[in-house]
Design a protein around this ligand. Structure first.
Ligand code: C2E
Ligand code: MG
Ligand code: MG
Ligand code: MG
Length: 285
């Protein structure tokens, strides 16, 4: 009995592997032509000032609709793009789209773009950033690049030098998903970030657990005392909003205000300066 069960399990496992590999290959092939086939789009999620209630910036978030498989989440296709090298092309495209979109917004509203550590490994990142700003006629100060701790884990001195060069253009640098890595604190010494984005995993029970709230308070205090803007990511409820506000975060980003929306929707939002009541009503449904 044990033997046949073992065989069955093994067979099941192998076919599972096949399906995973097959999907991966399909996605990698599809990704090569995704830009040319107009399957990619960039959505924007507002970052709202807790002091004024107004939209200070929006984060560009890449979306891919595969013709047969439908919507593929970035957590699935970004790693494929990184391993296949396609991230250079994709990342450049996102930068360009984001800069073009922001060029149409009021001048006090910034745009944030995520950068993969892989994009730092190829020469020309600085020029790509400069090119995107120039083509969109966007002031460098309005662009913010979000990086994660994994970048500083790698070939750190070269990456830090490149970050300084990019920052030298006037572009702002944010540490994304702060608190999720192994040594977040030491990275704060490695580079003078303009902003830290406190990972959304820290928001889940800040309204109900004193310990969680204390950790959030410490992270906001740390960022503030280093002169950085602090962002609370993934705020979904009014209760969470009240806590991050009371603890003194600068900005909030999350479904409470708005999910990522299309370029035309964000343009209307930033023009009105705030997230419209219609969006706030919809988010519950
Ligand atoms: P991220 O940069 O930390 O982006 C925030 C993610 O949290 C987004 O997921 C956003 O939709 C989601 N989010 C925002 N508010 C809430 C909330 O209140 N609740 C919950 N549950 N989620 C919320 P998304 O768009 O699926 O992106 C996932 C990750 O994929 C991003 O995390 C980023 O690391 C990566 N990514 C997305 N676009 C790009 C891109 O253009 N380039 C690169 N390199 N990475 C990207
Ligand atoms: Mg981000
Ligand atoms: Mg994040
Ligand atoms: Mg994240």
């Amino acid at each position: 009995k044990a033997k046949s069960e073992g065989r069955g399990t093994c067979h099941f496992f192998e076919s599972g592997m096949d399906a995973t590999l097959q999907r991966r290959r399909t996605l990698e092939t599809g990704l090569r032509d995704a830009i040319a086939n107009c399957e990619l789009s960039v959505l924007f999620q507002p970052l709202v000032s807790l002091k004024t209630g107004k939209i200070a910036a929006a984060e560009a978030l890449l979306r891919w609709t595969h013709p047969k498989l439908g919507m593929i989440p970035p957590v699935e296709f970004i790693p494929i793009a990184e391993e296949s090298g396609l991230i250079h092309q994709l990342g450049g495209w996102v930068l360009h789209q984001a800069a073009l979109a922001a060029g149409k917004w009021p001048k006090h509203v910034g745009v944030a773009v995520n950068l993969s550590p892989v994009q730092f490994r190829q020469a020309g990142l600085l020029e790509t950033v400069q090119g995107a700003l120039a083509r969109a006629d966007l002031a460098a100060e309005r662009l913010e690049l979000e990086i994660t701790e994994s970048l500083l884990l790698e070939d750190s001195q070269a990456n830090i030098d490149l970050l300084h060069a990019i920052r030298g253009l006037g572009v702002k640098i944010a540490m994304d998903d702060f608190g999720t890595g192994y040594s977040s604190l030491s990275y704060l010494r490695a580079f003078p970030f303009d902003k830290i984005k406190i990972d959304r995993s820290f928001m889940s029970d800040i309204a109900t657990k004193d310990d969680s709230r204390a950790i959030l308070r410490a992270m906001i205090g740390l960022g503030t005392s280093l002169g950085m803007v602090t962002v609370a990511e993934g705020v979904e409820t009014e209760e969470q909003l009240a806590v991050v506000k009371a603890e003194g975060a600068t900005l909030v980003q999350g479904y409470y205000y708005s999910p990522p929306v299309t370029a035309s929707d964000i343009a209307a939002m930033v023009e009105a300066e705030t997230v419209p009541p219609a969006t706030l009503d919809k988010r519950a449904g």
